[in-house]
Design a binder for this molecule. Sequence first.
Ligand SMILES: CC(C)(COP(=O)(O)OP(=O)(O)OC[C@H]1O[C@@H](n2cnc3c(N)ncnc32)[C@H](O)[C@@H]1OP(=O)(O)O)[C@@H](O)C(=O)NCCC(=O)NCCS
Length: 381
Amino acid sequence: MSSPQIPVHKGLEDIYVKESKICYIDGERSKLFYRGYDIDDLVKYSTFEEVSYLLLYGKLPNRKELNEFQKSIRDSYTLNPEVIKLLEIFRRDTHPMDLLRTCISYLSTFDDSPKDQSLEKNLSRVIKIIGSIPTILGTFDRIRRGKKPIEPNPKLNLASHFLYLLRGKEPKERDAKIMDTALILHAEHEMNASTFACTVTASTKSDIYSSITSGIGTLKGPLHGGANEEALRMFLEIGSIDKVKPYLDELFVKGKKVMGFGHRIYKNYDPRYRILKEIAKEMSKERGNHKLFEIALKVEEEVLKRLEKYNIYPNVDFYSGLVFYFLNIPIDFFTCVFTMGRVVGWSAHIIEYWMDNRLIRPKALYKGELNLPYKPIEQRE
Ligand SMILES: CC(C)(COP(=O)(O)OP(=O)(O)OC[C@H]1O[C@@H](n2cnc3c(N)ncnc32)[C@H](O)[C@@H]1OP(=O)(O)O)[C@@H](O)C(=O)NCCC(=O)NCCS
């Protein structure tokens, strides 16, 4: 019945769903731009808060705008006591991405005017969510380790605040800077799977909490944001340089994928990978912990030998896990750290989509049967 000529865009590869002014990826030349600014410059000269403003408002803020924006993010560090109560009842072994998905969803129940869908109100919701995520995660980590949660500290920027809540003391400037850089690098990446999930939900004119919750559920998958956790676990499992080759031989024989390698858009090196690799290298020296970095290097070298001819290169997730590991962030938090940054890009896309909304409703090419006779249950085998 359906014509076999109808093209099916599996994985929606190369399909544009909207025009956008938020992000440009040059996958051939390894370049990434947020609102026209090269990611290399943003990492060198900017901060996560400033980049968040840029993504959400479309321009770099002046001093007054940045101060006000930072203040509203920091005012959001303090959670509603009901959210803390919820954190206390989660099983201690709940995956933090599941917890985060539930908590962001829960935040919607404290919204004082859920019917207000003005741009201003939605931006204030986004700021609240951005500021809440580190506190949700930091508080849960302390609860699950049997420690008392720490009071938020609005003097700290978001990156430092997260490390402060995890560690119970302010991080050194260097760690805070690395964390901030990682958040900048994860803040946005065009119409990837989770941004698309947010956009699909937003396109039904659902609310921002539901849209972001869709994004969290999608980012969790190991083919997407979950790859950073998996890549680091792979380095740990390999354990020593001499085991890299046999480990990869077995992985390839089984037809499994190497986590942190490959990308739908980059057919060259991911520019974020380069920056994170350099940081991981410096951190491994500073911490006197060369082993894991050397294992990662060897995995990279071996996998490139096997996959470079197919234009498959390491992506952002290959070294980010190592950087988070050196920052003493729990491994199961890695994808949440990705979320902490990416929630900004998701929100920018949701807001942009609402400016010219159209319900997203693709089609499935039906290949099943039709007009089957209905048999009562007693007559079925
Ligand atoms: C990201 C990813 C899903 C992109 O997939 P995609 O655009 O659909 O690319 P394809 O799966 O079509 O890749 C083309 C070929 O390269 C292989 N390939 C791609 N990534 C690979 C990887 N990481 N390890 C081993 N082989 C890989 C595929 O198996 C496929 O081979 P085939 O044609 O023989 O089946 C994929 O590269 C992947 O699963 N990577 C690992 C997970 C990861 O790091 N995700 C984070 C992305 S930022």
